[in-house]
Design a protein around this ligand. Structure first.
Ligand SMILES: Cc1ncc(COP(=O)(O)O)c(C=O)c1O
Length: 386
């Protein structure tokens, strides 16, 4: 008898998807819940789309590319990695994918057999846990605490290691907390990976969206090239979510395995997106910097306002999210509080519980929304709380 697999049935329905749907159907709702830039891609990127389309024949746009990514794009990525991330790589260390989500999934499939374990922080990006469950592996959580500025504690990682552990997954800058992991802590985690011979997955999706602090790439630390797979995306820095383009860099044996896995998932990343990505890497820094500055202005505003209205919020150093403690203003759990805000204040935010059980008691707001909208959302929340 035909039926939906148990694995699929156990996957959580994403509240974020539901929130986006409600917000797009009800125009009176202001959404500060989304995880993608409100900006369109900068002009040189749009020009690159037009140019690529006009030369569709020469560019082989109707055709698959090499399954691990175009050679010219890989060359440009190598230069970018050397300059911005201080990572030395060769083409064989790079896998180009449909967004970094695909690369992460290929990484999980290539390192974790059923019931093996991966250590990751909680609260954490909501794309990780379902992906880990899909490969029938087990997530082991290291709790991030507000009083520690949501900084990951290397000692807690060490305590979580056992014979089944294969991977330590870190995310800097972090979604949802905005924490940027310091070089010192990265070094301590690197020591642990060497001591226990574990892979480190370092998700750096928000690498360019950093304020008041410096971003370090785990893969740049001495001697870590055999341990670290770094994940990058064009989605956030270049506002190119819809192009679905990302890449991973890591040890050759693992990126080879990931390439094989990715090939059976998507055959190849889209040819047009890779051509556009190539132009994005050549584009002047000024376009990214202009977006970063605007996020920074919004960040300062929203954090100040959230604290004024009673939603305790640490200043995030990266990404475009705030993670606010709701316990001073409500007895509700974060899910019910977010639903009530949606119904009564007409503002969509994401309940902290979506990011794992240690996200309970918090809400995530996104400042990837225009400042006047953020201001109106804050006024509405303030009125609701009164
Ligand atoms: C931390 C983090 N990693 C990875 C992704 C995946 O992004 P993409 O597949 O667009 O590269 C996201 C998306 O929101 C994210 O927040």
């Amino acid at each position: 008898m035909k039926q939906i697999s148990e694995r699929e049935q156990e996957l959580p329905d994403s509240m974020l998807g539901m929130l986006s749907e409600i917000a797009s159907e009800h125009k009176e709702i202001i959404s500060i819940s989304v995880g993608e830039p409100d900006f369109d891609a900068p002009k040189p990127i749009i020009e690159a789309v037009k140019k690529a389309a006009l030369n569709y024949k020469k560019n082989q746009l109707s055709h698959y590319s090499s399954h691990s990514g175009r050679s010219d794009l890989k060359e440009a990525i190598i230069k970018k990695l050397r300059k911005e991330n201080k990572i030395n790589a060769r083409k064989e260390n790079i896998l180009v994918t449909c967004g970094s989500q695909e690369a992460i999934f290929a990484g999980l499939l290539s390192t974790l057999d059923p019931s093996e374990e991966i250590i990751l922080s909680n609260p954490g990006y909501l794309g990780y846990i379902p992906a880990i469950e899909l490969v029938n592996a087990n997530p082991v959580y290291v709790r991030l605490k507000e009083e520690n500025n949501f900084e990951i504690e290397p000692d807690k990682i060490k305590e979580a290691i056992n014979k089944k552990t294969q991977v330590i997954l870190i995310n800097t800058p972090s979604n949802p907390t905005g924490n940027v992991i310091s070089k010192k802590i990265l070094e301590e985690i690197a020591d642990i990976a060497r001591e226990y011979d574990l892979y480190i997955f370092c998700d750096e999706a928000y690498e360019r969206l950093v304020y008041d602090k410096k971003h370090f790439s785990m893969g740049s630390l001495n001697g870590m090239e055999d341990y670290v797979v770094s994940f990058y995306t064009f989605s956030k820095s270049y506002a190119m979510c819809g192009f679905r383009l990302g890449y991973a860099v890591g040890p050759k044996d693992l990126t080879d395995a990931m390439a094989k896995t990715a090939q059976y998932m998507t055959l190849s990343p889209p040819t047009i997106s890779q051509l556009v990505g190539l132009e994005a890497l050549k584009m002047s820094n000024m376009y990214i910097e202009a977006m970063r500055k605007e996020y920074d202005e919004r960040r300062r505003f929203i954090v100040k306002k959230l604290n004024e209205i009673g939603l305790r919020t640490k200043i995030p150093n990266g990404a475009f999210y705030t993670f606010s403690n709701i316990k001073d203003v409500t007895k509700k759990n974060s899910h019910d509080f977010a639903l009530d805000l949606l119904k009564k204040a007409k503002v969509a935010v994401v309940p902290g519980s979506e990011f794992g059980r240690h996200g309970e008691g918090y809400i995530r707001c996104s400042y990837a929304a225009k400042l006047p909208l953020i201001k109106e959302a804050m006024n509405r929340i303030e009125k609701y709380l009164k």
